[in-house]
Design a protein around this ligand. Structure first.
Ligand code: ADP
Length: 632
């Protein structure tokens, strides 16, 4: 028999478990029962497509056996079991998927808040909080040989072959000795065990059984009692979603969510929907209060659990939930679906499509309700998942924009808080035709853009876009409430009276040659040069022409796989009322060399103001030095 060491990280965690970092030790039972139920689910699931598995739904059970004399508690199941390799990899490495980063020192921190078990998926090891020795005897379904895993804590474990009659897993905990603070032997008390099962595992779909002693009237007698031992099913097995909502408290929903979806925090919102008629189903959905670790990565898989009359038929049914609501977790239980339906058939299933449509509407409705009735909560939601809604507006050629546009929030120049598009348009000035926006890395930087200052000075509000997706979403929308979106950093910005615009046009025509010369000095990166009357006190800024803005250029070029960089058509705008304008005009007559240098510097400055990198920093630096020396 070989003794194996746990991996270092595992050791650390085990150590913490043993030294009871988690105040709520009783949850170990919930964890072991859930594992047993998962193992049965796996086998049951396989049996739907594998005719050689002859077990039916009623054959499965989880059994709890306390043995007071031996001081052991046994939890067994007839689920899928584990092979030797699985034993090794599942129980030899802890938290292999989760990142092992304890933000707070659990020994010191707020213990209630740190749910290590939920956070890292280390349920099995929680048993070390109550046991000083654990034996796992298991046999994988279809295998001939069983294996025994044993460990008494932090140091090491052993695995060896063992006799096991049938497939499944038997976990035996040798409980710790009672101490003053903790009476571990309580976990051998049938009354306590029954109430723990009721509390945590009532809706487990397989019977959790235990032999329980009862006092029973002796047969034929009216007052004589005898003690009989009978098998009792401890859980009601009625799934939470089948219970009458008025009977289910928030705490119960939250507990269900945390356990089922492995979140360490409570859900932000519970959504329940029951449909009867053309479509029959119950949906119990949850909006998490924070994005899962992998949410904004490719690894994240959306989907709802799909049940057919209380029996799980698919763990992550993607077709039930659209991408823009991919953060929603939950279950759908429908009596219209056949148990033996295959994945391929499900995709075609008409019922499923009807349900998915109805759920989408329901979720959008609930979010909209939250936005109106509890703004603070909605903003918390939006901080977590707002980007996803914006991607939703952009994706599928804008197909979902009507559904989503009123759920979007943006920062704006109005106040330092989120605004909806409806709020923006309701405040628009009478003469304001467009919805103005500007994008940049941070709110502070955007607020400092010359064009933004200018639009604000006309009394208009500007939306501040800081996320990559923002501008793409707005462009896809095109308009909101028939009002066009307008990037203040594009040449479309035409503020001022008709006369002012006319005057500007003339000035620009008169300076044509100057601009051509400047453009040539600066080089091909620049599309055009022109005067502007919207720059307040600033000398120059960059804007863009055409559909691609400066910021979109930045975003697109950062995308992986962009080998051919895209280029926005940049326009150098010069404040026609700034002394610099006069200076340029004079230099064009007197000193073209200097004008060439100044043009480059002006362009470099404008790039910096727009938050763009310089094409050639060394050259710019030399130019500045030349200028300084001249002054001296
Ligand atoms: P989690 O359940 O969160 O994955 P655990 O530490 O509780 O983490 O369990 C680790 C793994 O061990 C499980 O994912 C499962 O593959 C396996 N396992 C645990 N208990 C059983 C069981 N009763 N039957 C079969 N496999 C089990």
């Amino acid at each position: 028999m070989v003794k194996k060491q746990f991996q270092t990280e595992s050791k650390k965690l085990l150590d913490m478990m043993v030294h009871s970092i988690y105040t709520n030790k009783e949850i170990f039972l919930r964890e072991l029962i859930s594992n047993a139920s998962d193992a049965i689910d796996k086998l049951y699931f396989r049996s739907l497509t594998d005719d050689s598995i002859t077990l039916t739904h009623d054959d499965y059970e989880i059994r709890i056996t306390p043995d007071k004399e031996a001081g052991t508690l046994t939890i067994s199941d007839n689920g899928c079991g584990m092979t030797e390799e699985e034993l090794e990899s599942n129980l030899g490495t802890i938290a292999k998927s989760g990142s092992f980063d304890f933000k707070n020192d659990p020994e010191k921190g707020d213990q209630e808040q740190i749910d290590i078990i939920g956070q890292f998926g280390v349920g099995f090891y929680s048993a070390f909080m109550v046991a000083d020795d654990i034996t796992v005897e298991t046999r994988a379904y279809g295998a001939d040989q069983g294996y025994r895993w044993e460990s008494s804590g932090a140091d090491c474990y052993t695995i060896e072959p063992c006799e096991k009659e049938s497939a499944g897993t038997v976990i035996t905990l040798h409980l710790k000795d009672d101490t003053e603070e903790e009476k571990y032997s309580d976990y051998l008390d049938t009354y306590r065990l029954r109430s723990l099962v009721k509390k945590y595992s009532d809706y487990i779909r397989y019977p959790i059984k235990m032999m329980v002693e009862h006092q029973k009237l002796k047969e034929g007698s009216k007052d004589e009692y005898e003690t009989v031992t009978e098998d009792e099913t401890l859980n009601s097995m009625v799934p939470l979603w089948k219970k009458n909502p008025s009977e289910v408290g928030e705490v119960e929903y939250a507990m269900f969510y945390r356990e089922k979806f492995g979140d360490y925090e409570e859900p932000l919102q519970v959504i329940r929907q029951k449909a009867e008629g053309t479509s029959n189903y119950v949906a119990l959905l949850f909006i998490p209060s924070h994005p899962p670790m992998d949410y904004y990565s490719r690894e994240y898989e959306k989907g709802l659990q799909l049940y057919s009359s209380g029996v799980l038929i698919m763990d992550k049914c993607k077709d039930l939930i659209p991408d823009h609501f991919s953060f929603v977790k939950g279950i759908v239980d429908s009596s219209d679906l056949s148990l033996n339906i295959s994945r391929e058939m499900l995709q075609q299933d008409h019922q499923l499509k009807i349900i998915a449509k109805a759920l989408e509407k329901k979720i959008a409705g609930e979010l909209s309700k939250m936005l109106r009735s509890d703004r603070e909560k909605y903003e918390r939601f939006f901080q977590s998942f707002g980007s996803q809604l914006k991607w939703g507006v952009y994706s599928d050629y804008g197909m979902h924009k009507d559904l989503l546009e009123d759920l979007l929030l943006f920062h704006s120049s109005h106040e330092n808080k989120y605004v909806t598009l409806e709020e923006y348009t309701s405040r628009m000035k009478e003469d304001q035709k467009k919805i103005y926006y500007a994008s940049g890395d941070t709110l502070e930087k955007i607020a400092l853009l010359p064009q933004v200052e200018s639009v604000i000075s006309h009394g208009y509000e500007v939306l501040y876009l800081t996320e990559d997706v923002d501008e793409f979403a707005l462009q896809m929308m095109g308009t909101y409430d028939d009002k066009e979106f307008s990037n203040v950093c594009t040449d479309k910005l035409d503020l001022g009276s008709e006369e002012e615009k006319e005057a500007l046009k003339t000035e620009n025509e008169n300076a044509k040659d100057l601009f051509t010369f400047m453009k040539e000095s600066i080089g091909p990166a620049l599309h055009d040069v022109r005067f502007s009357n919207t720059l307040q006190n600033h000398a120059a800024c960059l804007s863009s022409e055409g559909a691609l803005s400066v910021n979109m250029e930045k975003v697109l070029n950062q995308m992986p796989g962009m080998d051919m960089p895209v280029k926005a058509e940049l326009v150098l705008e010069i404040n026609k009322d700034h002394p610099i304008a006069e200076k340029l005009k004079t230099l064009f007559e007197t000193d073209k060399d200097k004008l060439a240098k100044f043009s480059k510097l002006l362009y470099a400055n404008a790039r910096l103001v727009s938050g763009m990198p310089l094409d050639n920093p060394a050259e710019v630096s030399d130019l500045v030095c030349d200028l300084m020396l001249e002054e001296a």
